[in-house]
Each structure stands twice: as C-alpha cells, then as structure tokens.
Ligand binder design. Structure first.
Ligand code: ADP
Ligand code: MG
Length: 246
C-alpha cells in the first residue's frame, strides 16, 4: 500500500492509513464514506504543507496574530478597520496599508497579523525591513538590482517594515521607486514607518522622487496612524506619559 501511495505521490496518507482503516472498521464505514475520508486526509495534509511552505517563504519576524492584538491598549487603532482589512479585499484591489507611529505601538504586529491571515487564505507574502531590502536592491547581479526588484514584485503581499531607520543611497531610492511602481495597482503592500510622509523626502535623499513614490503608494491606500504608548514599555510608564517619550 505504501509503495502505491508513493508512486501516486500521496505523501500524507501512509502515516495515517492504519488509523483511518481502524476507524473505518470500528465505525463500519461504507466504501464511499471510507474513500471520502482517505481523500480528505490526503488533501488536508497537502494544504497544511503548502501553508507551512508559504509561511517559511514569507519570513515573518514573529508569529503575531490579529486575535492577540489588544485594541483597548491602543485606542487610536480602529478595530473595525483592522477587521475589515483582515477580510483581505485589499489584496484583490491592490490597496496598500500604511502603519505610521512611534516604536512599540504594534505596527509590525499588525502587519504580521494581516500577513498571517493572507497566508492562511492561500496567498503568498514576503516580509522585509527597508534596511534589508535596500541592501538587496543595491547588491550586484545576479541577486541584486533588477533581479531583486523582480523578486519583491512577485508576492501577492509585500511588507516593507521600518521605513525611517535607514537612509537610502540614490541607487537604492530609485530601485525602491521601481519596485513600488512595479507593484502599483497590481499588488498590495504593507508599509510601516515611524516618520511622517513629509519626512520621507530626507529618507530617499530626493523630494521629487519621494513625492512620486508617495503618490503611487497613497493612491489606493488605507493609512492607520497610531499615536499611543509603546506596548513594550507598558509596565514601566504611567498611563498619562506622552507617546513621544515611549
Ligand atoms: P512596532 O513595530 O510599532 O515598533 P511591534 O509590533 O514590534 O511595534 O510591537 C512590540 C511588541 O509589543 C510586539 O511583541 C507586539 O506583539 C506587542 N504589541 C504591541 N502592541 C500590542 C497590542 N496592542 N496588543 C498586544 N501586543 C502588542
Ligand atoms: Mg516594528
């Protein structure tokens, strides 16, 4: 039986077959019901492995879930908006999501939570910090440059995290613009930043390029501005401490 499974590429069945056979005997399943459970077991196993592969490929920095986000702690984040994003229509309409706010307010958590949702629904996702991305965009061929732009254009959802901690060279800024242009109106991206949009010009070292880039990012976008306290510092600061110090 195992060798038949192997030849048919039924990779999930062999480990479950004896349990399924035993259950079928005990429950006296019909041939039809048994065949159904066997095929369903193989399908579930394949879907699980495909999900695990997508999850590994996405390189999420931590396994944050939207369920574990405490909306009461961060009232500037609308639970309704996040729930709606979790419905994933933003992927179909190639609408970008931008999380703005100081460190520790949950930008990466929300981005990873939405990515987890997308992966579970069968979409591809890829997480990268702007620092890593800009290094790869500037790297020599065959991995860097145009090839890197192409690689990051492909996933259904791209997350560019921590926009604001890295100043880009001219080459990096132009490559980032090419990437944003390649995804524009085709695929959704989630961007997170501790800077205001007005400060992106300095980051790219070019105000004109920054405004053209922002034009594309923001044409179809949901911007979530978080101006609360750092969750990391929640035990250390009194509730009325201003966010700027968090
Ligand atoms: P940011 O990216 O804005 O700097 P993170 O998303 O990395 O912040 O959040 C810092 C840590 O605090 C993470 O471990 C995250 O899971 C947690 N965290 C942040 N905000 C919340 C929240 N409202 N509810 C639950 N956990 C949170
Ligand atoms: Mg972060």
């Amino acid at each position: 039986m195992n060798s038949l499974c192997q030849r048919l590429n039924l990779t999930s069945l062999p480990s479950q077959l004896s349990t399924l056979l035993e259950a079928a005997r005990v429950q006296q399943l019909s041939y039809e019901a048994f065949l159904q459970t066997v095929l369903a077991a193989e399908l579930t196993g394949r879907q699980q492995r495909a999900h695990e592969r997508r999850l590994r490929a996405a390189r999420l920095p931590f396994a944050a879930r939207l369920d574990s986000f405490d909306f009461r702690f961060q009232p500037s984040v609308s639970e309704r908006v996040i729930r709606e994003l979790a419905g994933l229509t933003f992927l179909q309409s190639a609408t970008n999501v931008v999380f703005l706010g100081p460190p520790g307010v949950g930008k990466t958590h929300l981005a990873c939570g939405l990515a987890a949702q997308a992966l579970e629904a069968g979409h591809s996702a890829l997480f990268v910090t702007l620092r890593e991305l800009s290094q790869q965009l500037e790297a020599p061929a065959p991995r860097g440059g145009v090839a890197a732009v192409r690689r990051y254009s492909q996933p259904t959802l791209l997350i560019i995290d921590e926009i604001g901690y890295t100043r880009l060279s001219q080459v990096q800024a132009h490559a980032l613009f090419d990437l944003i242009s390649a995804r524009y109106e085709r695929r959704a991206s989630i961007l997170t930043s501790n800077l205001t949009f007005a400060e992106w010009g300095q980051l790219l070292g070019d105000d004109v390029l920054a405004s053209a880039l922002l034009d594309r990012v923001l044409h179809h976008a949901e911007v979530v501005t978080i101006n609360g306290r750092s969750y990391r510092m929640r035990q250390r600061l009194p509730a009325d401490q201003p966010a700027a110090l968090a």
